[in-house]
Design a binder for this molecule. Structure first.
Ligand code: GLN
Length: 290
């Protein structure tokens, strides 16, 4: 148990005892009481600030990745947030969402505490697995190209992006794979412009400042569905008869070595796949009516 929580408990017991035993000295009591309450509040605040809270599951995400996580009104909602709620329920905890830029989630992988997870449509990769442990996959995706369908040259394949400017979301798999496109690496040259979200990249695409955006399938399709000038298609590029845009699997990241939390999460994921909830939420948040 947290030390702060213990302190708060003992303060509340003291307040209670003072009430019982000092009823006569009411005026003095009031002063003591308010002092103690102030102290209790200070401890509560320090508890919140240090994140020392046993009944909270902290969920790190980047709420710019609909249908998995996005902002609706004052809330962060989406498929991943439903999964987070289901995990928290199994653990008997409540969810606290921490919304960061996607590139801030990479260092966070190595900094996770036992009561923290990352749920952000995050693809399980070997590099990321060195920093954190990942759950079983709960969804798969592939990279998509978003292009402006009103242009005379239709940039609907990776091969057509030679010499072009491609927008990506910083530190994502789309960024890593497109940033590899150089003559030195055996491909061809193109320019990669990094943005904090695929939506901001799409806005720049609409302004004509870049030629295409490369991002995961469902976020790409949702962006294209919301703008008639944009179209999204699957990205593919073959090297030695093999498509380098392989299928990606999304997983929940936990602190390395936290096998107990990981197995609870895997149980929840298996249940949510078996009862069709993940598909249901994916349809719901993508606006697909099943
Ligand atoms: N799946 C991609 C990745 O893990 C993009 C995730 C995202 O932008 N939220 O890099």
């Amino acid at each position: 148990m947290c030390n702060n929580t213990k302190l708060i408990d003992s303060l509340y017991i003291k307040i209670y005892n003072l009430f019982i035993f000092s009823k006569k000295k009411e005026k003095k009591m009031k002063k003591i009481l308010s002092l103690i309450l102030c102290l209790a509040m200070a401890f509560t605040m320090s508890t919140a600030l240090t994140g020392c809270n046993d009944d909270t599951l902290y969920v790190y995400t980047n709420a710019e990745f609909a249908p998995y996580e996005f902002i609706e009104g004052a809330d962060v909602v989406g498929v991943d947030m439903e999964i987070a709620e289901a995990i928290a329920e199994k653990l008997g905890k409540k969810v606290k969402i921490v919304n960061l830029d996607f590139d801030a989630l990479t260092p966070q992988l190595s900094n996770l505490k036992d009561n923290e997870i990352i749920l952000a449509g995050m693809t399980i990769t070997d590099e990321r697995k060195e920093k954190a442990d990942f759950s079983d996959p709960y969804a798969t995706s592939i990279q998509y190209i978003i292009y402006d369908n009103t242009q005379s040259v239709i940039l609907d394949t990776i091969a057509k992006l030679e010499g072009k400017k491609v927008g990506v979301q910083l530190a994502t798999t789309g960024d890593y794979i497109m940033s590899d496109f150089t003559v030195d690496n055996g491909y061809f040259d193109l320019t990669v412009n990094q943005y904090s979200s695929a939506q901001s990249a799409a806005l720049i695409l609409l302004k004509g400042e870049i030629d295409a955006v490369v991002v995961d399938k469902l976020p790409a399709e949702m962006i294209a569905n919301n703008n008639e000038k944009l179209t999204a298609v699957a990205a593919s590029y073959e090297v030695d008869n093999e498509n380098i845009f392989a299928s990606e699997s999304y997983g929940v990241a936990v602190k390395k070595g936290n096998t107990e939390l990981l197995s609870t999460i895997n149980t929840v994921i298996a249940e949510l796949i078996a009862n069709g909830k993940i598909i249901e939420w994916t349809n719901q948040y993508s606006g697909i009516v099943a």
